[in-house]
Structure formats: structure tokens, C-alpha cells
Design a protein around this ligand. Structure first.
Ligand code: UD1
Ligand code: UDP
Length: 360
């Protein structure tokens, strides 16, 4: 007996989470049809990751592109629904909290196809974030919920969700574990092209809507970061690049200490992370990777769903308007707890074991 699954991806971090699961399903002879919603579509936001990860091209690309939340999500639902009406699956598998996640879950649940949510139970308790709405709704219509940590499992219990909930670890962490050595090999070459010295720069990413769509907020962050004593290399997300141009802030980031570069592929990103002094980010994935490299992190947000990283002292939250000198403190990480906070091996195997028990 084999599983037949429809796997939905669409935004950059979802390609990394797709890889270890695909490998495990293939190893056991299961059938996974990969749908790319087309939410991310630039080569640097999509194709590059399939190459770096050696992930086969999606079986179906819905090509929805960008748009307001309603129109973008609706186009995805329409495409996924049409496919589900014509084909039979044991389950639809989604991960994380993007519009592609919600669209896959909604299309499936309305047709009574079981929904599997990977990275379930994450909460920022800030409903102004589109991701928080996507995750709450997805969790409440999912049949199997795979949590990365005990805290996320407790969050679900607080909302009355206890059936089908399993703590399995973090798929992004498994992907990191499998690619870190390959990425490390890129370190030397990369830095020369950006004029950076290994171990002599800060890495920055900033793309969340609540940060970069508000002029005062992004301006406050940029003004604080501009006090950096080290170069700040910043692979810039297209949303941010457009925001900076709209707010006429692009001239600030063309000057030192900023080293603006286009979005980089996964291996190059891991390489940049591994040789940085410190990582400043509002990304869910990058804050976890900073921790996996055991680098000090600064989370440029009001709150984080990955609270274990802050609770253990590996990162701090930094809000606009706070003392910029806080950004450049380098804590003594040797005194911090080195224990793995999120399961980072065998995560896909645990997920597939449970799906086999449930659906076969
Ligand atoms: C989405 C997710 C966010 C995740 C991020 C990962 C939602 C609601 N948000 O945010 O949780 O952290 O992906 O990177 O799903 N654009 C391009 N080229 C592309 C893709 C986007 O130019 O290939 C530009 C477009 O102007 C678009 C804007 O970026 O309007 C935002 O893209 P969108 O996919 O809507 O949201 P992200 O900010 O990428
Ligand atoms: N990433 C990348 N290149 C970049 C920026 C990020 O490869 O220029 C990777 C990063 O290493 C992590 C993932 O993309 O694996 C995180 O995605 P992103 O920050 O876009 O979204 P989030 O995790 O906040 O949803």
C-alpha cells in the first residue's frame, strides 16, 4: 500500500521544507504530487532553490503570481480545488503560514480531503500579521498537525486542538543538517565578490509586511542598523526593495555600512550565515538557522513564534526606537545551553510513519 499525497508549496521557505519530506516519501515508494502555487516566481525566489536542493520541478505550477491577499489566495484555491475534483488523494500536505498554506488547506477541507499541517501550533499572538491568520485557520481545519516543539503543541491544546497532534521536530532544521556541509564549502569564494571578510560582517534580512510596508518602522530600523561598526550584508527581498523605492529610502541603503545584494540561493545563504558575526532578521527561517549555526541573533520584530531561541538567550527581540548599541552586543555564546531545541534529524521519517499509520 502506498500513500498518494498532494503537496502544496509556493513561497521560498517552503522549498526547503519540501526537500526532506520528498526524500523520505521516495525512499518508501510513496507518491507525492508537488503543486507550486507560483506565489514566488522570480528565479532568485524560486527556481534557484530547486537547483540548490536538487528538488524535481513541480508537477503543477498554478502561476498565480503576486496580488492582494484575497485575490492571490482565491486564485490558488481555485487551481487546487480543480485539481482535487479531478484526482483522488489520501491527504493534502501544507506547511508553515503563507497564503499558499491557507489556500491548500481550505481547498482540501471543503472537499473533505484530509489536511496535514507541518509546523502546526506556531503563534505570535499578533493578528495584524497575515501569517498568524493563515496558521490559526489552517490548524483549525487540519486532521494531522505536526508541531516542531512542545510549546507549539501546548498552543494548540489551549485552542482545544488535541486530536491528531504530534511533536516531530522541525523540517527546516533537518534540511539545514543535510546541507550545512555543502554550504560551508562555498564560504571562501563568496565573500570576495561582495568585498566582505570572513567573520567580519553582520548578516541582515528584513521582509515581513509589518516591518517593511510602514515607512516609520523601516526607517527606524535602518537608522539603527546604519550605526553598525561592521559591514551589513543584506540579500534584499523584492517586497522590501519595492518598499524602499516607494518610501524614497533606497539612497540610505546604498551607503556604508550596507552591502545590498539580490536574494541569494539557499547554499549561498547558509554560507553567508555561517561566516557572519551576528544575524539580524525578521525571518522565521533565518532566526532558526542563526540558532542552528549557534550564532547570536537579533530578531527585528515585536514577538516571535520561535520563543525557545529567545528564552535560551541565543537571540533577543529588537524593537524600533530601542538603543541601537544593543544591536552590536556580542554575547559570550560559550556559556549558553548548546542542547538542540528543535528535533533536527529524522523529522520527515516521523511524519511519514504517522501518515502511514493514519491513511493506509
Ligand atoms: C510571503 C509570506 C511570508 C513569508 C515570505 C517568504 C504570505 C502572506 N506571506 O511573503 O510569510 O515570510 O513569503 O519570503 O504568504 N515579489 C516579487 N517576486 C517574487 C515574489 C514576490 O517581486 O518572486 C514581490 C511582489 O511585489 C509581491 C511582494 O514581493 O507583491 C510580496 O510577495 P508575497 O508573496 O505576496 O509575500 P511575501 O512578502 O513574499
Ligand atoms: N533564504 C535564502 N536566500 C535569501 C534569504 C533567505 O536562501 O536571500 C532562505 C533562508 O536561508 C531560509 C529561508 O530562505 O531557509 C527563509 O525564508 P524567508 O526569510 O523568505 O521567509 P520566512 O522564513 O520568514 O517565512
Amino acid at each position: 500500500m502506498t500513500l498518494k499525497l498532494l503537496r502544496i508549496v509556493g513561497a521560498r521557505p517552503q522549498f526547503m521544507q519540501a526537500k526532506p519530506l520528498r526524500q523520505e516519501l521516495e525512499k518508501r515508494g510513496h507518491n507525492e504530487i508537488l503543486v507550486h502555487t507560483g506565489q514566488h516566481y522570480d528565479d532568485t525566489m524560486s527556481r534557484k532553490f530547486f537547483v540548490d536542493l536538487d528538488l524535481p520541478e513541480a508537477d503543477i505550477n498554478l502561476g498565480v503570481g503576486s496580488g492582494n491577499h484575497g485575490e492571490q489566495t482565491a486564485r490558488m484555491i481555485e487551481g487546487i480545488e480543480a485539481h482535487l475534483l479531478a484526482n483522488k488523494y489520501d491527504a493534502v500536505v501544507v506547511d508553515g503560514d503563507t497564503n499558499s498554506t491557507l489556500a491548500g488547506a481550505l481547498a482540501a477541507a471543503k472537499l473533505h480531503v484530509p489536511v496535514v499541517h507541518i509546523e502546526a501550533g506556531m503563534r505570535s499572538y499578533d493578528k495584524k500579521m497575515p501569517e498568524e491568520i493563515n496558521r490559526i485557520l489552517t490548524d483549525h481545519i487540519s486532521n494531522l498537525l505536526f508541531c516542531p516543539s512542545q510549546i507549539s503543541c501546548c498552543n494548540l491544546a489551549t485552542e482545544g486542538i488535541t486530536d491528531g497532534v504530534y511533536v516531530v521536530g522541525d523540517l527546516l532544521a533537518q534540511c539545514f543538517t543535510e546541507f550545512r556541509h555543502k554550504a560551508k564549502a562555498l564560504v571562501g569564494n563568496n565573500f570576495k565578490k561582495y568585498g566582505l571578510e570572513e567573520g567580519q560582517y553582520i548578516l541582515l534580512t528584513l521582509h515581513r509586511a509589518e516591518n517593511v510596508d510602514q515607512m516609520e518602522r523601516i526607517e527606524a530600523y535602518l537608522s539603527a542598523i546604519s550605526t553598525s561598526p561592521w559591514p551589513v550584508v543584506w540579500p534584499i527581498h523584492p517586497r522590501t526593495e519595492k518598499g524602499l523605492a516607494r518610501f524614497k529610502l533606497d539612497c540610505i541603503v546604498r551607503e556604508k555600512p550596507f552591502v545590498i545584494i539580490p536574494p541569494v540561493g539557499y547554499l549561498e545563504m547558509l554560507a553567508l550565515e555561517s561566516a557572519s558575526i551576528k544575524i539580524l532578521t525578521d525571518s522565521g527561517g533565518v532566526q532558526r538557522e542563526a540558532y542552528h549555526w549557534r550564532k547570536p541573533g537579533m530578531i527585528l520584530r515585536d514577538s516571535t513564534e520561535w520563543s525557545e531561541i529567545v528564552d535560551t538567550g541565543w537571540a533577543s527581540l529588537y524593537l524600533p526606537g530601542q538603543d541601537p548599541m544593543r544591536l552590536w552586543d556580542i554575547p559570550d555564546v560559550s556559556i549558553l545551553n548548546q542542547r538542540d531545541l528543535y528535533g533536527s534529524t529524522e523529522v520527515a521519517a516521523r511524519i511519514v510513519d504517522i501518515m502511514e499509520d493514519t491513511f493506509l
